[in-house]
Design a protein around this ligand. Structure first.
Ligand code: AMP
Ligand code: AHG
Ligand code: MN
Ligand code: MN
Length: 338
């Protein structure tokens, strides 16, 4: 029988490999996993509960309609993290400002960013959604963290991960030493190691973008799509898949090979996706799996956000396809840098 390795056991093994580890990081990861198990349970029965599907009627700081599940997932993550003394502060897509935790506002050495529910437009139609998180260490403790502590390059992340609530629930994690995936056994209530060493296949079998935005694209993005659709060479079998949930699109491309792009365009040169809790964590994971992520001009992990909710174009996936986009942009006189 195959050996069953739970997420807890895997993370404890990781802790032993770090001599100075106090156990804080392990506890933090297991609590993040717990929050996601609860969100997964709510997602699985969402259609049966009156208070889970639909909008709240409010708009968030980004001006987007807030779904009930956005709020539920946000509250779940906050309530779990709020009690942890190693967490100083939290930045969430759903909150305008950072939140200091009750237990760790002074002592905590970690800062957590998350998108509690990614793919909100897919909630009510039972299509894959997810949660994305990023863990950073702050420079000093003994005082409250400030927003500036969060506005740092993605290369400073200690760990990043996501959970996809799809046909099964998967938890994917990097602590800077490759990427591993766990699948939730809902009856047992445990994440079980299912993907030991996730590496992007070399060939991009899919490209993913909202081509409905092509009316606003720069000429270089049109050229890019043209190349990805060409009938000859590397792309002759490449096809299109777009879920409209960033984390689901990136997850598929991580397993199958592919490139996701949400570029800047004439309407919004800075694109749509948010740096701290969408682009940075996914860029860390994809790089750790052997791929690349860029804003078209810079390596995504080198980008420093100028606000908690700052946006960025994102081109992420196989190296060759990310480089191709960057080369086309560099030769496009109409391109506006983010
Ligand atoms: P800690 O003292 O537990 O907060 O850990 C200190 C650092 O060691 C963390 O920030 C991680 O970089 C690393 N570390 C600790 N535990 C683990 C683990 N289980 N897996 C991977 N890295 C770990
Ligand atoms: P969120 O649901 O967290 O606001 O994120 C939505 C994002 C991302 O998940 C997805 O890739 C993108 O929006 C889809 O945007 P379009 O509907 O414009 O294609
Ligand atoms: Mn999102
Ligand atoms: Mn979201």
């Amino acid at each position: 029988m195959a050996q069953l390795i739970t997420l807890s056991r895997y993370v404890l093994q990781g802790e032993r490999a770090h001599e100075q580890a106090t156990g804080d990081f392990t506890l933090l990861l297991s609590h993040l996993a717990l929050a996601m198990k609860v969100v997964s349970r709510e997602v699985a029965r969402a259609g049966l509960l009156d208070d889970v599907l639909g909008k709240t009627g409010e708009t968030n700081v980004q001006g987007e309609a807030v779904a009930k599940l956005d709020v539920l997932a946000n509250e779940m993550l906050i309530s779990v993290l709020n009690d942890l003394p190693m967490v100083a502060a939290i930045a969430s897509e759903e909150d305008e400002h950072i939140r200091h935790t009750s237990a760790g506002r002074l002592t905590g050495k970690y800062l957590i960013c998350f998108d509690p529910l990614d793919g909100s437009s897919n909630i009510d139609v039972n299509v894959t959604i997810g949660t994305i998180f990023s863990i950073r260490r702050r420079d000093e403790t003994g005082c409250e963290a400030t927003e500036a502590d969060f506005l740092r390059p993605g290369s400073e992340q200690v760990a990043a991960g996501y959970c996809v609530y799809g046909s099964s629930t998967m938890f994917v994690l990097t602590t800077g030493d490759g990427v591993v995936g766990f699948t939730l056994d809902p009856q047992v209530g445990e994440f079980i190691l299912s993907h030991r060493n996730m590496r992007m296949p070399d060939l991009a079998t899919h490209w993913s973008a909202n081509a409905g935005n092509s009316r606003y694209w720069f000429p270089s993005t049109h050229r890019y799509m043209g190349q990805l659709n060409s009938a000859e060479g590397r792309y002759k079998h490449t096809s299109l898949r777009y879920v409209g949930t960033l984390v689901a699109d990136v997850h598929r491309n991580l397993l199958k090979g592919g490139v996701f792009f949400y570029p800047g365009d004439r309407r919004s040169p800075k694109g749509k996706l948010r740096i701290l809790y969408e682009a940075h964590p996914l860029a860390f994971i994809v790089e750790q799996a052997g791929g690349m992520a860029s804003d078209g001009v810079r390596r995504m992990l080198d980008v420093v956000p100028d606000g908690l909710h700052a946006r960025t174009p994102l081109i992420i996936g196989n190296n060759q396809e990310v480089e191709l986009y960057c080369n086309l942009v560099a030769a496009d006189p109409e391109f506006v840098a983010p």
